[in-house]
Design a binder for this molecule. Structure first.
Ligand code: MG
Ligand code: ZN
Length: 357
């Protein structure tokens, strides 16, 4: 009996010591946002995959309240601002408090802390969600002004659509010239992207929004995310990367179950590739969440053995319901229980051990 206790005590001391040495901040954070992705959307992909989800590899799970400063039901710019800066703002505003004061995003804090930074999206890269990490604007639809904001940062990699907002502008500027002058390689196709080894990548792969999966986007999200990781990971100080599955939301607005399902499956495939990297790296915290739910989506029938999902929608708009958050890697244990969307920023800020400026 005594011997057993001693063994137990020894084991306890050893494991305590190990856990003490293991507590160190993650070098990298990858924040993945499924726009409009609630638990029904996620589970619809599990059914469509005939009982499989990469997301299930995340063992730390919580719930996120999404309301904005002036609305129970948020839009993507106010929600993106909350996730990116830790402050709630009014609908349609980006990177600003309700009084129009500029806010500093986690991406900008990462830059000032010598980390590399990146944004990847399946929408225009200057669309609300990615824009919340880089822009300060009273109105999310000021796309040309938001495109210009990319030049005010040291972001290393951005990949998505939106080329026309950089080239066909009211101010007649061609922002590609300015980007080239700042050592960015301008990439306009997925093929080119796969072959680049540049350290600064402006990936404007589509004139406006990328196509949906059903329109032939293919594995653009996974390919772009892995290229972003490869590029950013050259910095020994680490990186912050935001990856958005933008079109899950659009499937909800269109009240099309197949659109939702295909986009969540695509997003989850990228989750799998990102978790593979994080698992091997060991210094990367991956957080997967949503900005809000879209469509009041419900699963009212289907079959896991055949992958058939029968969905129904209660609205063409966003809803107020909480969204889940999943985390993986060093610091993941902080992302459990109930939290506010602004807490995601705070937890990332603390995980990185950043100090307020
Ligand atoms: Mg979005
Ligand atoms: Zn939406």
């Amino acid at each position: 009996m005594k011997k057993n206790s001693l063994l137990f005590l020894t084991a306890f001391v050893i494991s305590s010591c190990t856990s003490v040495t293991e507590i160190k901040p993650p070098r990298n954070i990858i924040l993945m946002i499924g726009d409009g992705m609630g638990t029904s959307q996620i589970y619809s992909a599990y059914i469509a995959n005939k009982g499989f989800l990469n997301l299930e590899r995340c063992k730390y799970i919580g719930f996120v309240k999404t309301y904005s400063a002036n609305s129970l039901i948020t839009d993507s710019s106010a929600a993106g601002t909350a996730l990116a800066t830790g402050y709630k703002t009014n609908q349609k505003m980006l990177g600003m408090a309700p009084d129009s004061t500029n806010l500093t995003s986690i991406l900008k804090y990462a830059e000032t802390n010598n980390k590399s930074t990146g944004l990847v999206a399946t929408s225009k890269i200057n669309h609300a969600t990615p824009a919340a990490f880089i822009a300060n604007n009273v109105y999310r639809y000021n796309y040309e002004e938001i495109a210009y904001d990319f030049l005010k940062t040291d972001i290393d990699v951005f990949i998505g659509g939106g080329l026309d907002d950089f080239t066909i502008r009211v101010d007649s500027l061609n922002l590609l010239d300015s980007l080239k002058a700042r050592n960015y390689e301008i990439i306009t196709s997925l093929k080119e992207l796969e072959n680049t080894h540049s350290e600064k990548v402006a990936g404007l792969l589509y004139a406006a929004h990328p196509p949906s999966i059903s329109e032939g986007r293919g594995d653009m999200l996974t390919t772009s995310s892995l290229k972003a990781i490869e590029t950013l990971n050259k910095n020994k100080e680490g990186f912050f990367l935001m990856i958005e599955g933008s079109q899950i939301d659009w499937g909800g607005h269109d009240t099309l179950t197949s659109y939702v399902v295909e986009e969540v499956v695509d997003f989850d495939n990228t989750v799998g590739a990102v978790l593979d990297f994080a698992e091997q790296d060991g210094n990367t915290l991956v957080i997967i969440t949503s900005d809000h739910e879209t469509g009041g989506f419900a699963i009212i029938g289907g079959d896991i053995s055949t992958g058939v999902v029968e969905g129904a929608f209660t609205t063409e708009h966003h809803t107020a319901v909480m969204v889940p958050v999943f985390a993986f890697g060093p610091g993941a244990e902080e992302f459990t229980g109930f939290m506010d969307n602004t807490d995601i920023f705070k937890k990332m800020f603390n995980a990185f051990n950043f100090k307020l400026d």
